[in-house]
Design a protein around this ligand. Sequence first.
Ligand code: SF4
Length: 319
Amino acid sequence: MSKIPLGVSQCLMGEQVRFDGGHKHNHYLTDVLSEYFEFRPVCPEVAIGLGIPRKPIRLVIVGDETRVRGIANPDQDVTDALVDQAELAIARMPDICGYIFMQKSPSCGAFGMKRYLANGYSIDSKGRGAYAKRVMELVPLLPVEEAGRLNDAGLRDNFLTRVFAYHDFKTSVAEAPTAKKLIEFYSRYKYQVMAHHVPSYFAIGRYLSNLSGRDISICSNEFFRLLMEALAHHATRKSNTNAIMHLRGYLKDRLNTQEKHELSQLIDSYRTGIVPLVVPLTLLKHHLLKLDNPYLKSQTFWSPHPERLGLRNHIIENE
Ligand code: SF4
């Protein structure tokens, strides 16, 4: 499989582009994820000509706007240049399937950035870096995360699940959508969507049952929106257990008493937070794959991302 293109803050690749001439090398990206992703590094501050090293900048509230201004020189305002840089980057990289930003940067920070008043007082942490903000406005369904937050197993699992689904849809449906392709695509994601958000599972099912006579390009975009919004909900132990119980229904009359007991015990251990998801899932998959049912075999719920990443080996989701 060719590598999936991802946008990334350049300093995370170990390049010395920070304001102080340093970097923020993230080894998980360069040593682990690089096996699956082709990183497209961008440093928006260097791209707008700020130089290395450079004087630091920060988010400043001016009227009802958030601007990016110099700390030492408040007359320096680079907001519009950073916004332009985001537009250029997205035009240059229309094929990216996600973006990993450096946190705490007035350009790249995607969540909870500190904002200041003109007098230098910090007022809240509700800001977003000007470059990251524009990227997220331009491609609202693009999976986005900060490198620091990827240390959280649950956030990492959710982000990579969305990136693989995004890439799957872009490469198998988006370019030439048909009703058949949409339905076949979703049939692979049903249990995964159920595990993330049950109301979306029903909403998407209803939506796809009513495609005849409609503009399929519009339907494709709407389906994709519903799918990405569903996957943005975090799967919990409760919702994963619900999907597992539905899948277990296929084994009714197929297992002997001891096998049923063993499977029930593992599901219960997962439900109560004693073992990770991979434990009941491995046994369930073992039994279900023996049925040789193509629909069940094709479910992305088994492996929403490569098993070699081991993302499900340690994570015990919130209840
Ligand atoms: S956080 Fe963004 S702007 Fe700052 S050094 Fe890294 S890539 Fe450049």
